[in-house]
Design a protein around this ligand. Structure first.
Ligand code: FMN
Length: 367
């Protein structure tokens, strides 16, 4: 059976023409190899297998060692990492795909074992998150963070700028700023984690400042056409909260719009959890942002079709379905069954649960 929907219509994103409206959401897989934390050769196969997505967004990639919060996540701050990513982008482009890299600083969601000289992770304020990270092969409480000095903030912005330059050198079609899920930029934006009394704390304008300054620096390096951003207004992920997220994110999105980023990627609800975890008017963001709007969280074919057809979004990002279905686009097009994902192999390991999920063709050939 062939299914007809806007999902498979092309979309112009900046200079790129996406052949369909499906994006692969950023998915951390913890398979980058120490000590370089460059993407492994397996990552080349993994992303290459998924090149039929309208747009691939890589797993979050730290812009500095300080920005790393979990074991074996890839970076985009060293020469080896750029060389490793170049192999990924080459493979994706050979297969006719398009790929953005997600730029990441975890802030307080880290552990001293991962930090430069075993130091404390950095945060807007010295408030420890009630959550765990994965480090030294096991889950461990995150470490007590320290508040960033005002004088350190330009360095963080420079790290994102360098990450962007490196990403372009590695052949990426663009970058996605990770402003979501309780990591550094989200920690600054939300008042549960930001208790600063300087120019980066207090009012909405002050709390939004770091996300917007990073965005401005990235756009200056890559151009708005090659810059997207991901936000999660109401997610409780990584122990983050805000007392009044609607005006905060309305303000942020108005200013992102002025910077002419090419897409706004919004996680609706609790990341990987209920979509209706808290009231929030996403249509208000859609209205404020004049470029492409990408929606994510718990989408399937029916919901994606409904939302695209209603005009509430231009693009839909699928996460877990892309882990277990390298040919997700073809399967959805045909109305074919999807492979289930195996949570046990999400984080860390080798090819199992990473590059060995069968395509429909392979499954049919084996029958
Ligand atoms: C294994 C795994 C890793 C993830 N890694 C990231 C990440 O690196 N960056 C990010 O912004 N979100 C990350 N997420 C969240 C997903 O991008 C997505 O928002 C979530 O899975 C909900 O979408 P879905 O219902 O289509 O899976 C991750 C989720 C999973 C399951």
């Amino acid at each position: 059976m062939s299914q007809s929907t806007k999902l498979f219509e092309p979309f112009k994103l900046g200079q790129l023409t996406l052949p369909n409206r499906l994006a692969m959401a950023p998915l951390t897989r913890n398979r980058a190899v120490p000590p370089s934390f460059a993407p492994s050769p397996l990552a080349v196969d993994y992303y290459g297998q998924r090149a039929s997505a309208g747009l691939l967004i890589t797993e979050a990639s730290q812009v500095s060692q300080q920005g790393q919060g979990y074991q074996d996540t890839p970076g985009i701050y060293s020469k080896e990492q750029v060389e490793g990513w170049k192999k990924v982008t080459d493979r994706v482009h050979e297969r006719g795909g398009r790929i953005f890299i997600q730029l990441w600083h975890v802030g307080r969601i880290s552990h001293v074992a991962l930090q430069p000289n075993g130091g404390a992770p950095v945060a807007p304020s010295a408030i420890k998150a009630k959550t765990k990270t994965f480090v030294n092969g096991t889950f461990a409480d995150v470490s007590e963070p320290r508040a960033l000095e005002l004088s350190e903030i330009p360095g963080i912005i420079d790290d994102f700028k360098r990450g962007t330059a490196n990403a372009l050198a590695a052949g990426f079609d663009g970058v996605e700023i990770h402003g979501a899920n309780g990591y550094l930029l989200d920690q600054f934006a939300k008042d549960g984690t930001n208790k600063r009394t300087d120019a980066y704390g207090g009012s909405i304008e002050n709390r939004a400042k770091l996300m917007l300054e990073v965005s401005q620096a990235v756009v200056a390096e890559a151009g708005g056409d090659r810059t997207g951003i991901r936000i999660s207004p109401v997610t409780p992920a990584n122990d983050v909260s805000d007392s009044n997220p609607q005006p905060l994110f309305d303000y942020i999105v108005d200013h992102l719009n002025a910077l002419k980023l090419t897409y706004l990627h919004v996680i609706e609800g609790a990341t990987g959890g209920p979509r209706d975890v808290a009231p929030f008017d996403y249509a208000s963001l859609r209205k404020r942002f004049k470029q492409a709007y990408m929606a994510n969280n718990g989408y399937d074919f029916a919901l994606a079709t409904k939302v695209l057809d209603s005009g509430a979004a231009d693009l839909i990002a699928f996460g877990k379905p892309f882990i277990s279905n390298p040919d997700l686009v073809e399967r959805l097009k045909k109305g074919a069954p999807l492979n289930d994902w195996d949570k046990a192999t999400f984080y860390g390991g080798g090819a199992k649960g990473y590059t060995d999920y069968p395509t429909l063709k392979a499954t049919e050939a084996a029958e």
